[in-house]
Structures are given as structure tokens and as C-alpha cells.
Design a protein around this ligand. Structure first.
Ligand code: BDR
Length: 317
């Protein structure tokens, strides 16, 4: 059984990732920690509980984390995910925040790693603020993790938020820097360019959202806005292979739950640019090993699309 802690900024693709994790028989979700990002933290908390409620899994502990980045101004991705982060289709009987755990997100991550040394897989699909705070609180924490999976950063200076920067890293560049510098556990990165090469065909998306289940109905509701955006020429510009939908966060989660999902990756030392006028928040890949870093990460290159489709389908059944 894989013991997973999810750190999310629940948005539509985070919701998709959570639902895959919930439907994977080999996964035990120890807890879900929340961070600002796609939408303000209060929405992230509500959205996370809403997903768990739809899946009948409110037994999973949810933790409140950082409401803002370390240094930069807060930003969100309401244009794409909706003002509420889940496509602006509110639910009248949404679960209240009284279900949240008292412990804070970074402390919860540390606790899970201490209780299960060498077993916890941390999957981060939002800005990395909670992870950065956790390693400041306990520098020995990353060594206790089995692995870290991140959706974020870029490999080819292809931006989606600034000209050269991917949303999760630009939303908290200092946090991304700290995490890439100090997490010395096996680390796997689903960067923006990888997600752009790995889109889901629209024919699959239509079939997926047409399933006659309550979870599919929920998925259809929350995905309508972002899928409409994603189909527009402006967003299709980002898709570099074929045409389709880019469920970014799902890639990091899928790689964590299925060791065979990633079919090719490359190992390289990375860091984050903190100063450039146009490049602040951009991930830097040190192919020539000039930074002399001991720790290298795995950059995902290719994946198994058929496995991804199966996981997504199962998530709504
Ligand atoms: C990332 O930004 C967010 O909008 C998505 O949820 C994903 O985590 C892609 O750059």
C-alpha cells in the first residue's frame, strides 16, 4: 500500500488528482494539506472538502496551510479554474470548515513522515509554500520521505503565467527554490512542457464526462468552465502534441500511484531563478553540472496515455 500525503491548491485539476488517488486500490491517503494557489486558501479548503464529500471520504483529514507566498504578492488562476476554483458551480449544502484538523499543514506533513519513516510519498500540486515551511521547521524531514512528486516548473522556458514561468513556481518562487534545494529525497517533476506534450484527446474527455455516475456528474460540472477555456485557440496554443486537454496536476499524482506510468525520465540537478526580470520563478536545469549540486531530480519526459485514461475513468465510477 502506498502512503500518500497530498498538498493541493484545489482547483479543477487538483480535484481530478484527488479523485484518482481516492479510487486507486493501492493507495492510502494519510491526509490532504492545503495551500493558497489556484484560488484563495479558504476556497481551497472548501473545495477539498467538497471533493471528499462527493467521494464519500470525509474521513480523510484535511489541514489548513499557507494562505500566502513567502515573499511575492498572492496570485491565483481564477480565469481558468473559476473564481471559486471549481468552475463557479457552487453546491448549496457544501461541507463547512469545522471538519478541518487543528494541526497546521507543514506540521502534519512532518508528523506523517515521523510516524512512517521512509514510507510517505508527498505529492504537491500547488505552490510549494507548505513544503518550504515544513523543511524550515524540521530540516531532517525530507530524508524521512519515500519520494516527492511535484507538478510545477518548466524545462524549456515556456511560461503559462509569465513569459518564462509556470504558475506553481511563479506563485511562490522562494518556496520552489527552498524545496528544490533542500528536499534530498527521490524527487519527480511533472513540468509544464511535459504536461503540454501529454494532453488527453477531446474524444476521451467527452466520453469520460458523459458517464452516468454522481462523481462524473460532479466532474462534468466543475470542469465545464476550464474545458471550455482549454478548447479555445488561446489555450490550444499551449498543447504541443496533437490537440486536447491538459490535466496538469494529474500527471504528478498518476506517477506517484503507478510506478510504470512514466515511460521515460531524465535525471538532472535543478534550481529556481529568483532574480531575473522576465525569468523570476523559472526552473533552471543544470545539464553541465556547473552548480555542483549533489542532489538530482527526475524530470518526466513521456507517459502511458492509456493508463492515464483508465485512472481517470475509474476516478468517476
Ligand atoms: C499548474 O497551475 C495550476 O493552475 C494548475 O492547477 C497546475 O497546478 C499548471 O501550471
Amino acid at each position: 500500500m502506498k502512503k500518500i500525503v497530498l498538498d493541493v491548491d484545489t482547483g479543477v485539476d487538483d480535484a481530478q488528482a484527488i479523485m484518482i488517488a481516492l479510487s486507486s486500490p493501492n493507495v492510502e491517503i494519510l491526509g490532504i494539506t492545503c495551500c493558497h494557489g489556484n484560488t484563495p486558501l479558504d476556497n481551497v479548503l472548501k473545495n477539498t472538502l467538497r471533493v471528499l464529500k462527493v467521494c464519500n471520504r470525509l474521513d480523510i483529514p484535511v489541514y489548513k496551510g499557507a494562505s500566502r507566498p513567502i515573499l511575492v504578492k498572492k496570485r491565483n488562476a481564477g480565469d481558468y479554474h473559476g473564481k471559486d476554483g471549481l468552475g463557479d458551480v457552487p453546491e448549496s449544502d457544501a461541507t463547512g470548515l469545522e471538519l478541518l484538523q487543528k494541526k497546521k499543514a507543514p506540521n502534519a506533513m512532518i508528523k506523517y513522515a515521523q510516524q512512517n519513516p521512509g514510507e510517505v510519498i508527498l505529492v504537491a500540486t500547488g505552490p510549494l509554500t507548505n513544503l518550504a515551511v515544513a523543511v524550515q521547521l524540521d530540516p531532517s524531514f525530507p530524508k524521512k520521505l519515500k519520494a516527492l512528486y511535484i507538478m510545477g516548473g518548466n524545462t524549456d522556458s515556456r511560461g503559462n503565467t509569465t513569459a518564462c514561468g509556470e504558475f506553481n513556481f511563479v506563485a511562490d518562487p522562494e518556496a520552489a527554490y527552498i524545496v528544490l534545494d533542500r528536499y534530498n529525497c527521490p524527487t519527480y517533476i511533472a513540468a509544464w512542457e511535459f504536461s503540454c506534450r501529454s494532453s488527453l484527446p477531446w474524444s476521451f474527455c467527452d466520453e469520460w464526462l458523459a458517464q452516468k455516475t454522481a462523481k462524473a456528474e460532479f466532474m462534468r460540472k466543475i470542469s465545464t468552465l476550464s474545458m471550455k477555456k482549454a478548447r479555445s485557440p488561446e489555450y490550444q496554443k499551449e498543447i504541443t502534441a496533437g490537440k486536447g486537454f491538459n490535466p496538469c496536476d494529474v500527471f504528478a499524482l498518476a506517477a506517484a500511484v503507478d510506478d510504470g506510468f512514466i515511460t521515460e525520465s531524465e535525471e538532472v540537478a535543478v534550481t529556481v531563478e529568483l532574480n531575473g526580470t522576465h525569468t523570476r520563478g523559472m526552473m533552471v536545469l543544470d545539464y553541465m553540472e556547473l552548480l555542483k549540486k549533489d542532489h538530482k531530480v527526475f524530470i518526466m519526459k513521456t507517459m502511458d496515455l492509456e493508463k492515464l485514461k483508465k485512472m481517470l475513468m475509474k476516478a468517476v465510477m
